[in-house]
Design a protein around this ligand. Sequence first.
Ligand SMILES: NC(=O)c1ccc[n+]([C@@H]2O[C@H](COP(=O)([O-])OP(=O)(O)OC[C@H]3O[C@@H](n4cnc5c(N)ncnc54)[C@H](O)[C@@H]3O)[C@@H](O)[C@H]2O)c1
Length: 342
Amino acid sequence: MHLIGEHIVVSDQALNYLKNYLESKKYSRVFVLVDENTAKHCLPLMDEIKYQKIQIESGEINKNLDTCTQIWDALLHGKADRHSVLINLGGGLIGDIGGFCAATFHRGIDFIQVPSSLLAMVDASVGGKTGIDYRVYKNMIGVFAQPVMVFIQPRLLDTLPERYFMAGYAEMLKHGLIADAEYWQELRVLNKRRIKLQIEKSVEIKRTITDDDPHEKGRRKILNFGHTLGHAIESYCLEQGRDLLHGEAVAAGMFMEAIVSAKTGLTHEDILHIRETLLSLFPKAPIALEEGTEIWNYALGDKKNKSGKVNCTLLTTVGKAVYDIRIQYPEFQEALRIYLSS
Ligand SMILES: NC(=O)c1ccc[n+]([C@@H]2O[C@H](COP(=O)([O-])OP(=O)(O)OC[C@H]3O[C@@H](n4cnc5c(N)ncnc54)[C@H](O)[C@@H]3O)[C@@H](O)[C@H]2O)c1
């Protein structure tokens, strides 16, 4: 077993540790939140645990208040009290919405993250951000709330569709780019045999950053590399009904923000390597140059930005990032043009 900090377990026996943990805590009731895919592929691995199942429908479109109502109703119906626990068994969506529902139910009940997608393992389950989308805006409503434990069982990835695997890989590449040049070099060539070690490395990077700055007042913002423009593209595509995953949008955002990072000192050579790597691993986002103004409007509406300005996290070199750097529309437009013509 690999224990990261005091409450993150990475192990192919993680679900056994979860069982022991629950026995030691003596919760009044145990609820497990799943979607139809994790109900099918992951829940059977928890057959030694006594729980009540809450099932919601998968898909970002369902990360909303109606689904929260469904979860709160199920908790009420199942007689959850303040000594109950909610286990979120799924990808980032399940973790975010389940965490939010637990953090607000009875002013907060314990919750445990059992991430089953790569993105949830290396990113969403660590750091305490929970929430839902509101209207067309991603993660607009939410709270910071820490799970009591995170149990990561890498073998759950065996059933994860490849496209979702790669979406999680985008966040791992980000960890290398903002914090560890050597790790970035390793990740440039995908090697699934090393994924368990790489999950540990990514979790360590994310945890260190978020422990230092849990409420994103400063340094935590470096984790937003690729996310200002990535979120704008994602929100725009969501509104248009276009098919794009969070990690794919982040890959596009990192591509563009790497180009803009020339102004914070990132070398031409590093920019080329980043572009090359991202193009080799991810499909292009389904957007066009003429849609630049609309996408930019989403960047202006991002909750991370203040008073009509767009701030980004940019790289100064591979492995180091700076945050709150203002970028202008022409810089975005040029980066978008290069992205679409590459
Ligand atoms: N809280 C945070 O810090 C944070 C960080 C990054 C992303 N997020 C959020 O995470 C979400 C994206 O997460 P995601 O990529 O995991 O998407 P997801 O939760 O939608 O899961 C992707 C798909 O994979 C399926 N799935 C999950 N695990 C599986 C498994 N083991 N076997 C088979 N199928 C499986 C799911 O049912 C779903 O269809 C977004 O809503 C994003 O905003 C949150």
